[in-house]
Write a protein that binds this ligand. Structure first.
Ligand code: ADP
Ligand code: ADP
Ligand code: MG
Length: 448
């Protein structure tokens, strides 16, 4: 088995990955920037190395520095977490070149599913429905206008390299095309260093439903069922649950799961990954993207399946066959996750970094908190605003909601604004309780 893992990430996911390593008797190496000297992942690891200044381009995105630390520390594998270098083909390739195991898909699979435009092409070939739209990137304003007139508004202008809800603009009227195009391009250039955009039909009030996939090198590809992620602000998830209340028949569930498995097989995908779909109000579903990494909301799947996804990632990366077949995966109960972000919901969910003066997390049967914060911790302004994930399980959806509401009411973070009260508001809303919400819920129904 792998002996030492360098975790090329920070925050809750770095701690989460190290936890599974520890359980498996694997040593851990942390890397950290200036801003993260006192971060929990640094304390948690067996060894820790400073890799540069706070801005991520000079630290967590510095490929050569991270490779250098891996070699110096004798790590035989690197886990990239999510964000940062997790879906970077060049990084996966560099690991391979240095004989370091990259805990994720191959550079080839990353590039095949790499950007959204390429992934869409692959999906069409695999016979998976994609949202109607352009096949290639749009190269000029005139071309964009013509395409949008052909497809008809509303459309989404989307960055091919997009992620985390960035680089995406909804166009409802033709006079919005040019400003939306500019905005999507410049946001994408800043966030991803690539301003390529394409155009997709806007599916009105859809559900975001995704399937967790595991695939090994021995020809097994399975799914661990779905996650409903339609509670979103700025196209980014805030609350997730499994199963999805929007999938009302086992037949539909099977169809989507099989489509997800089929397309990952077609791409030669190995390790853990997620296939994201949007589903319209009458149940048509369309592929939107593959997340080629561990996902923020993976714990809800772990809660209902009992499978430690990070552990499977490590075993698969080492070349072992998976320990599960499709028939072994029998989800039990209902699970939800609330993302606790250092943000102010009343100010458009603006990031609100600062010092946490008091922290007290809830704890109970079937309650899990994945976090890296503590009393006195200073949330740096340089990174993602996620500070904790509250995950709970119940026998059924009602029990799950009740348990989550109780846990949220016990979740204390003082000193900075967070999304706990916002989550509480969502969980108390009749549309959420009935399970009839979709991606327009936060904006149109709650009015944020
Ligand atoms: P998930 O897809 O796991 O549900 P998010 O979409 O919220 O989660 O993304 C998780 C984190 O990864 C966020 O910090 C987000 O900014 C970052 N991220 C996601 N995709 C990319 C990408 N393509 N490039 C850079 N960062 C990304
Ligand atoms: P990211 O890489 O940022 O996660 P996605 O392509 O996964 O981007 O889309 C994020 C969210 O944006 C979706 O969950 C959905 O709510 C919304 N979205 C994306 N594409 C469309 C579309 N064509 N029509 C309607 N909503 C969309
Ligand atoms: Mg997505």
């Amino acid at each position: 088995m792998i002996k030492k893992v360098l975790v090329a990430n920070r925050g809750e996911i770095a701690v989460r990955v190290m936890r599974s390593c520890r359980e498996m008797g694997i040593l851990t190496v942390a890397v950290f920037s200036d801003a993260d000297r006192k971060s929990m992942h640094v304390r948690y690891a067996d060894e820790a190395y400073h890799i540069g200044p706070s801005p991520s381009v000079q630290s967590y995105l510095n490929i050569e520095k991270i490779i250098e630390v891996a070699k110096k520390s004798g790590a035989d594998a690197i886990h990239p977490g999510y964000g940062f270098l997790s879906e970077n083909e060049r990084f996966a390739q560099r690991c391979q070149d240095e004989g370091i195991i990259f805990i994720g898909p191959s550079p080839y699979a990353i590039s095949a599913m790499g950007d959204k435009i390429t992934a869409r092409k692959h999906m069409l070939k695999a016979g998976v429905p994609v949202v109607p739209g352009t096949e290639d990137k749009v190269t000029s304003d005139e071309e964009a206008i013509k395409i949008i007139q052909d497809i008809g508004v509303p459309v989404m202008i989307k960055a091919s390299a997009g992620g985390g809800g960035k680089g995406m603009r909804l166009v409802r009227r033709e006079d919005e095309i040019i400003p939306a195009l500019r905005a999507a391009r410049s946001e994408a250039a800043t966030a991803f260093g690539d301003d390529a955009v394409y155009i997709e039909k806007y599916i009105d009030s859809p559900h975001h439903i995704e399937f967790q996939i595991l695939a090994d090198r021995h020809g097994h590809t399975i799914h661990l069922f779905e996650r409903e992620c339609s509670v979103q602000r700025r196209h980014q998830k805030v609350i997730e649950e499994t199963p999805s209340p929007a999938i009302t028949s086992e037949k539909q569930r099977r169809k989507m799961g099989e489509a997800a498995v089929r397309l990952m097989k077609a791409a030669g995908y190995i390790n853990a990954g997620t296939v994201e779909f949007i589903m319209d109000p009458v149940g048509n579903f369309y592929f939107i993207e593959v997340n080629k990494r561990i996902q923020v909301e993976h714990p809800i799947t772990e809660m209902v399946t009992g499978i430690d996804i990070v552990e499977e990632q490590l075993r698969i990366a080492y070349g072992e066959p998976m320990r599960y077949r499709q028939k072994d995966v029998k989800p039990k109960g209902w699970a939800m996750e609330c993302r606790i972000n250092a943000e102010n919901p009343d100010r458009g969910f603006m990031p609100a970094p600062g010092r946490i003066t008091f922290y007290y997390p809830p704890s109970a049967k079937d309650v899990r908190v994945d976090s890296h914060i503590y009393t006195g911790y200073e949330v740096p302004p340089d990174y993602d605003s996620l500070i904790a994930k509250l995950i709970v399980k119940g026998e059924d959806r009602q029990e799950c909601i009740r348990r989550m509401r109780q846990a949220l009411s016990e979740f204390i973070v003082e000193g900075i604004p967070t999304t706990t009260d916002f989550c509480q508001e969502v969980l108390g809303h009749v549309a959420f309780v009935r399970g009839t919400y979709n991606t327009s819920f936060v904006e149109d129904i709650l009015g944020y």
